[in-house]
Design a protein around this ligand. Structure first.
Ligand code: ACO
Length: 342
């Protein structure tokens, strides 16, 4: 990336926004070692008299397999793997990064932030590093924050990571949730550029909907207070997700002054194939333009969008100049869309 980036001096906000973009120059993934097919999962659950089947899971969700982290794998270790691969693709050294932002609901520790752990493992001792919690919308929220910090001139290069191990907070006795999730991490390197990158971000939350999807437990005086596992009203989440995913995509397009037809690839949060299909249909985007990875990874929460993005980039589907609509929706409820040009 040799674009001449304008120096940030005392210019108006509109001038900065016009001339300085945050561009994705590398993507990467971190995947646990163990793949678990629906049949393997059904067999494991059957040993505890919990009945499910490959047929049910595929028909209701489109999920065929997921990766489940082993004891030594964490959001930090998978995030590190994803970060290293993204840096390698970008041709950048970890020392060149000014901001490390990790979106996660399953951090390695209460503190320090998983971003600080990854920073230490990368040997970077100067970047700003922090975690961001917006559940399954975490990655697009983090992308939006990093974009703002780059276009304002506060940082030049950012590592944005989505990493989650929902297998650690799911109730393995609740078949209505445990079959839906998988573990993983995805990352992008964002860099200041004078050519278009992130074109628009539309992020929202509605904190009156916390009961729809939550993990309410917290540590208190050495014990866990409140319910320690993920709880979800599946049908309410489904209806909310398809409504808000359509709304925020249209909002991001309007902000960039672009029509729906400008979208080369649609990457909605990979929660459930039926949510993805409904979103594409409501937007009028042909299904061939939608990237699907939920079949292979399940719902990986904050990792789902960067994982799908990395897969599509490495498969050669996403090419320079393409416009990608990235979308998240999750607990909070939170949701958002980022329109990005490669
Ligand atoms: N295997 C077999 N049967 C099951 C399973 C399972 N794993 N889970 C539930 N069932 C049964 C139920 O007990 C119920 O049986 P009953 O009719 O005898 O009572 C039947 O299947 C239907 O259950 P519903 O909950 O009505 O099934 P539904 O069609 O709504 O599908 C699902 C459930 C897949 C969770 C759906 O509501 C959904 O996709 N919701 C979106 C939620 C989502 O994707 N969440 C991800 C996290 S949130 C996020 O990322 C935004």
């Amino acid at each position: 990336m040799n674009d001449a980036v304008p120096a940030v001096t005392a210019v108006s906000d509109s001038q900065i926004l016009k001339n300085r973009y945050a561009k994705i120059i590398g993507t990467g993934s971190g995947i646990p070692a163990r793949a678990v097919s629906n049949q393997m999962l059904a067999d494991e659950l059957a040993t505890r008299n919990i009945e499910t089947s490959d047929e049910w899971i595929v028909a209701r969700t489109g999920i065929r397999s997921r990766y489940i982290a082993g004891a030594d794998e964490t959001a930090g270790t998978l995030g590190l793997q994803a970060a290293r691969r993204a840096l390698e693709m970008a041709g950048r050294d970890a020392q060149e990064i000014d901001l490390i932002l990790v979106a996660t609901s399953t951090p390695d520790h209460v503190f320090p932030a998983t971003a600080c752990l990854i920073q230490g493992w990368l040997g970077n001792r100067k970047a700003m590093a922090f975690d961001l919690q917006a559940a399954c919308s975490g990655f697009v929220y983090a992308l939006s924050v990093a974009n703002s910090m780059i276009i304002s001139g506060q940082v030049r290069r950012a590592l944005v990571i989505g990493a989650d191990l929902i297998s650690r907070i799911v109730d393995w006795n609740d078949r209505s949730t445990c079959v839906l999730f998988g573990d993983g991490a995805g990352a992008v390197v964002l860099e200041a550029s004078s050519t278009p990158g992130v074109l628009s971000c539309a992020m929202h939350a509605d904190g009156t909907l916390t009961e729809m999807l939550n993990t309410a437990g917290r540590m208190c005086n050495g014990a866990i207070v409140n319910h320690p596992y993920l709880r979800m009203d599946g049908q309410a989440v489904f209806k909310t997700a398809v409504t808000v995913l359509e709304q925020c995509a249209r909002e991001a397009l309007a902000m960039a002054d672009l029509p729906v037809t400008a979208i080369d690839w649609l990457i909605p949060h990979q929660a459930n194939l039926r949510i993805l299909q409904a979103t594409a249909k409501r937007l009028g985007v042909p299904e061939e333009k939608m990237i699907v990875s939920v079949d292979q990874f399940g719902n990986t929460s904050a990792a789902s969008v960067p994982l799908a993005l990395d897969r599509a980039v490495r498969a050669g589907q996403i090419k320079p100049g393409h416009k990608i609509m990235l979308q998240g929706v999750g607990g909070g409820m939170t949701w958002g869309a980022a329109l990005v040009q490669f």
